[in-house]
Design a protein around this ligand. Structure first.
Ligand code: BES
Ligand code: ZN
Ligand code: MN
Length: 497
């Protein structure tokens, strides 16, 4: 874990164990600023240009020299194209450099930033944010190994603390919360059920000054949230429903409800899943974890927007008491749903949570984030999430937030044609509309609760989890995807006139 991040002049003393020099593609030799830093660390970096280093994004070269009794390392890392470089591309490169340092058990590193800013079209704050985020996250691994002990990072630049500090602070807080999301997602379901998850989350939220309450089964029943009850009834772990409020008293600020799917384990229920990879369904609460993190960050960063996190938390299990295919459930919205598959559980609990949001808060916007469908993984893969909704402006702003955060999203159409696919035979709706357009019909059921309230749905089933080791600053397991996206979206909403 990086505990110490300092801003320092490039000409300051070379006390760190390693120097990282980022280089855009097409660079033929080190800039004068980079060359000066390179010399302070032993002057080995300059040599790489004659050795075929082409500065493709994420390409690295490292040389180590002896200084006194210790090794000092110099790393060149390629940034790829300078024109139109995005924060996420810089983060990608920075993550590669950080992983290399970790492999060599480096404890303190300096990174030269001035070249990163020069001539690129992006904002210096955004670039710094990307680097700090990537370094902090690269240090987080599923199994913390003794080698992973990079603790100090010095950002070497001539830019002022006044210019860069807000970005550094934001990135630090973000990385902290993303790590917490990853840890929650990675925890097995026998250690993180609805009660322990919401209990943990409440403690963390209250610490950040967020008002928080957790409804128990009885209170969920009193609210008429029969979707949440039905999905949770097969488990010995009773359902919980967390509600957390940031700045609710500020009546003239816009109010955003963030709804997150909190299925702590999804066995599929009576419509049980095949055994292969079922273990990964401990991650089915990633949406809840991300909206909780984003709400806590909104409070920590004092964003001028009211935020309410709403997370239905249940375990979906088969049992003598479990809900069954054929059951008809009356949702909080008053609409009835026939259960065709108990494995299509997310939309049931989210439809209730969205109805709760509308009834209790009359929000300006509802955003729900959920590991909702396997289909989104097939459609968009592991790097881009699917978005759907009823509000063109909010969908556009969510896309902008995706670009800015490096957590991209892509829209799928959702209109009456897709709602028609889930019209019920024995009830208003059914919870499965067939294989065709399954990503969209799943969202459509949630949308029946949103009605006219502006609403954006984000399906993160593909982006929240890594099967393998993941790219750059990611690691195996939970990714923490979605926190920065939601935060950027909240920032956009806060800045609306
Ligand atoms: N939690 C799953 C979706 C999921 C799949 C998340 C893969 C992460 C990785 C969801 O509850 C589910 O089971 N969806 C099914 C619904 C179907 C049975 C109607 C799906 O999309 O296959
Ligand atoms: Zn699920
Ligand atoms: Mn399921």
């Amino acid at each position: 874990m990086i505990r110490n991040i300092a801003l320092q002049s490039p000409t300051g003393a070379a006390r760190e164990q390693a120097l990282v020099i980022p280089v855009y593609k097409g660079t033929r030799k080190l800039s004068s600023g980079a060359a000066r830093m390179d010399r302070a660390f032993g002057g080995v970096g300059a040599v790489f240009f004659s050795e075929g280093f082409s500065a493709e994004r994420g390409e690295t070269r490292m040389a180590s020299i002896k200084r006194g009794r210790r090794l000092v390392h110099t790393v060149l890392v390629g940034l790829g194209d300078r024109t139109n470089a995005t924060p996420e591309e810089l983060a990608d490169a920075a993550g590669a450099a950080a992983k290399l340092l970790l492999q060599h058990r480096v404890e303190s590193a300096a990174i030269y930033l001035d070249d990163l800013f020069a001539g690129a079209s992006l904002d210096a704050g955004d670039a710094t944010h990307a680097v700090v985020k990537a370094f902090c996250l690269a240090c987080h691994q599923l199994k913390p190994r003794p080698s992973a002990r990079l603790t100090r990072l010095t950002l070497r630049t001539t830019r002022s603390a006044r210019e860069l500090s807000p970005a550094i602070q934001r990135a630090r807080v973000l990385a902290e919360w993303m790590v917490r999301v990853r840890d929650w997602v990675n925890l097995p379901a026998n250690e993180l059920g609805p009660a322990s998850f919401t209990g943990d989350a409440k403690r963390a939220l209250v610490k950040d000054g967020v008002t928080c309450r957790v409804l128990t089964r009885k209170q969920i029943e009193a609210e008429g949230m029969n979707g949440v009850l039905a999905v949770g009834v097969g488990s010995r772990e009773e359902p919980r429903f967390l509600v957390a409020e940031h700045a609710l008293a500020k009546k003239n600020w816009p109010l955003v409800c963030l709804v997150g799917k909190g299925v702590t384990f999804d066995s599929g229920g009576i419509s049980i899943k095949p055994w292969e990879k079922m273990n990964e369904m401990k991650s089915d609460m990633a949406g809840a974890a991300s909206v909780i993190a984003a709400t806590a960050m909104a409070a920590q960063l004092e964003l001028p927007v009211r935020v309410v996190a709403i997370t239905p938390c249940v375990e979906n299990m088969p049992d003598g008491n479990a809900f069954r295919p054929g059951d008809v459930i009356k949702l909080k919205s008053g609409k009835t749903v026939e259960v065709l598959s108990t494995d299509a559980e997310g939309r049931l609990i989210l439809a209730d949570a969205v109805a709760y949001a509308r009834e209790h808060y009359q929000p300006s916007i509802i955003v729900d984030m959920a590991t909702l469908t396997g289909g989104v993984l097939i459609a968009l893969g592991t790097r881009v999430a699917g978005i759907m909704g009823n509000s063109a402006r909010d969908l556009d702003d969510m896309r902008a937030a995706g670009e800015r955060s490096g957590e991209p999203v892509w829209p799928l159409p959702l209109d009456e044609r897709f709602v028609a696919m889930i019209k019920g035979e024995v009830s208003d709706y059914k919870n499965y509309g067939g294989r065709n357009a399954s990503v969209i019909t799943a969202a459509a059921l949630i949308g029946t609760s949103a009605e006219k309230t502006p609403w954006v749905h984000i399906d993160i089933a593909g982006t929240s989890w890594n099967d393998g080791s993941g790219y750059s600053y990611q690691s195996r397991g939970g990714t923490g995807y979605g926190v920065d996206l939601l935060l950027r979206f909240l920032e956009i909403v806060a800045s609306r006139a």
